[in-house]
Write a new protein. Structure first.
Length: 237
């Protein structure tokens, strides 16, 4: 649970002065094999010295999976001004989901009926990709510790970049690993890419054996639909 911020909401000066801002830092102390927790202990006094006169700084340490979601939801309900994730992709993933699960308004998007083929793009015709080894959908360039898997993606774009690797053997990953890291793999045979603002993926045969991850977090199995929500959440970077 996020700490109760109400008692610390002091007003600066007289009636016209702005109030102190409430900032919650959601910290995963076990991130990076414990280095995040150690660095955070050094960073917190610095933050208090630099912005403590204008802001109420509240730290909340996560204790396990999905805890960051609960912390974020509670912080938003208490009306904080900002929630900052301190950790890796998993922590950021949970904090962002906490915003969407906190009862905040999010744009409505029609849910189309499931198709029985493989890949539907922008509610258009469906396409079949055979022998798919990996399908990556992203609006950022990197994942997997620096792998530039979607080199043409951008966080502010209204489109995903969709990268499909077909019929990749284990030795293909070894021989072409450098291309995956420097973003030149799009020129490799059996690698294709495209852009889309909405994409629906379903396994042919419906065996439900292909699992889905997002920022390293387990989301379940296909089918799944992914849609860009432009400007749905304000990020501080």
């Amino acid at each position: 649970m996020a700490p109760d911020l109400a008692p610390d909401r002091a007003i600066l000066g007289g009636g016209g002065a702005s109030r102190r801002r409430d900032i919650v830092f959601v910290v995963n102390p076990r991130g990076a094999n414990g280095r995040t927790g150690k660095e955070w202990k050094k960073l917190l006094p610095y933050l208090r010295s630099r912005i403590g006169s204008d802001c109420n700084i509240c730290e909340s340490l996560t204790s396990g999976p999905c805890h960051a979601i609960d912390i974020t939801r509670e912080a938003i309900r208490e009306g904080v001004d900002a929630v900052i994730a301190v950790g890796g992709d998993g922590t950021l993933h949970e904090v962002v989901n906490g915003f969407f699960w906190a009862g905040k308004p999010v744009s409505n998007h029609d849910q189309k009926a499931a198709h029985t083929t493989a890949l539907g793009v922008d509610d258009g015709d469906w396409e079949v990709y055979s022998q798919v080894t990996t399908l990556c959908i992203g609006n950022a360039k990197y994942f997997g510790g620096g792998m530039k898997i979607s080199p043409n993606a951008h966080p502010t774009s209204r489109n995903f970049e969709v990268v499909v690797l077909q019929d990749f053997k284990w030795y293909d990953f070894i021989l072409k690993l450098h291309k995956l890291y420097n973003g030149t793999h799009l020129s490799v045979k059996n690698v294709s890419s495209r852009r889309a603002c909405s994409i629906e993926v379903e396994e042919i045969g419906s065996s439900h054996s292909i699992f889905v991850q997002s920022d390293g977090e387990y989301l379940g199995f296909l089918p799944r639909k992914f849609t860009i929500l432009p400007g749905a959440i304000e990020m501080i970077c």
